[in-house]
Design a protein around this ligand. Structure first.
Ligand code: AMP
Ligand code: MG
Length: 348
């Protein structure tokens, strides 16, 4: 398949290209588009055939459900049963990097939801995504536009490397601002009322969610390795994710001790290091990737996936990164890094 790559810098003046993209989607094709989190691999969310094509292009198991993207939060009710708590979440965080799992309506095929009776809904905050969704008269189902198992793409070059020849069109909208996938919550109910289960942490933090809903429960698979045979609440958590080919090891310890360990490692063997800006003067420059300052979690999130891809292209035998704290955006960084490292943490 020939993949057309178009660059869109202004979604208003580039309206013709967006119409072409919408026509491809309407005809059952696949279009990759930028969002504020990562690039999405889009297909018509109401079409079983399009969902099947997405799974095939990505090499993703078809029981791992897709997120449907809408241009306005109120659209959710067409495809799902959205209630009061959804409306409050939408008022606080949409458009934005939040995905909400709701009971699905019949119009959404089981192929899109991986066989589940629930559907994941998100309204992205990105001018190109918004303009594209607005000209589509259907929701766009889109998982991250990477090959299954590799880091999510945060710029068009990552998408081209993974999906060229597998999709009809790639819209290059520059770098994704956030760089980590959306926060996913599920609305649940028990005898005490409604509450949220956090299935995947992202830029909408645990603390921000608790401002809208008092009870937020963090799903076990967010921080821990699943036990053998255990089924996660979010099927995506079952799979090894974001894994570089070179083994990644996370370092946990006092900052001075970790730095001393890294200096010793650099002297002894070929390693790539995702280090804080403050550490550069103490380390040799080969295969060093500056992720931002120690406290700048937004830059660390923005650079993580790109650097995992870059580090993987080096001749290093091992990749080291710091184990993040679990506060604020750190929880999302922690969740992605422990999965990329297959839970390999070295205590220093
Ligand atoms: P991706 O699109 O690659 O960011 O992955 C989407 C994530 O959303 C996967 O981890 C899915 O397991 C999760 N997801 C999508 N729909 C549902 C659903 N109905 N219930 C639980 N998790 C879902
Ligand atoms: Mg993904």
């Amino acid at each position: 398949m020939q993949t057309k790559v178009i660059r869109i810098t202004d979604s208003i003046t580039d309206g013709t290209s967006l119409k072409e993209a919408a026509d491809i989607l309407r005809a059952g094709g696949l279009v990759v588009f930028p969002t504020e989190t990562v690039y999405g691999l889009g297909g018509n969310g109401l079409s079983q055939a399009a969902a099947e094509k997405i799974y095939e292009a990505k090499g993703r198991p078809s029981n791992n459900p897709l997120i449907i993207h809408i241009h306005h939060p109120a659209e959710a009710d067409k495809y799902a049963f959205a209630g009061d708590l959804y409306n409050r979440l939408a008022a606080a965080f949409m458009p934005g990097p939040l995905t909400v799992i709701l009971p699905k309506r019949d119009c959404v095929p089981y192929a899109t939801t991986g066989g589940l009776d629930t559907v994941a809904v998100r309204c992205p905050d990105h001018p190109v995504a918004h303009a594209l969704l607005k000209v589509c008269d259907f929701p766009v189902a889109a998982p991250s536009a990477n090959l299954s198992g590799s880091p999510s793409p945060t710029c068009a070059d990552h998408v081209i490397a993974d999906l060229s020849g597998r999709v009809d069109m790639i819209i290059d909208g520059g770098e994704c601002e956030i760089g980590l996938e959306s926060t996913i919550v599920k609305i649940d109910r028990d005898e005490k009322g409604e509450y949220l289960t956090l299935l995947r942490p992202g830029a909408i933090t645990y603390d921000a969610l608790t401002c809208v809903c008092e009870r937020v429960v963090i799903a076990g698979a967010v921080l821990e390795q699943l036990k053998e045979g255990e089924r996660p609440l979010s099927p995506g958590m079952m799979y090894k994710h974001y894994a570089p080919k070179i083994p990644l090891v996370l370092l946990d310890g006092d900052p001075q001790d970790v730095l001393a360990f890294l200096q010793k490692e650099q002297a002894g063997k070929s390693c790539a290091i995702l280090c804080y800006d403050e550490e550069t003067t103490a380390l040799k420059p080969e295969n060093l990737f500056l992720v931002g300052t120690r406290d700048d979690l937004a830059t660390q999130a923005h650079t993580l996936f790109a650097y995992l891809r870059e580090a993987d292209k080096t001749n290093a035998k091992i990749i080291y990164a710091h184990l993040p704290k679990k506060d604020g955006l750190g929880l999302a960084l922690y969740n992605r890094l422990i999965r990329a490292a297959a839970h390999t943490i070295k205590k220093i």
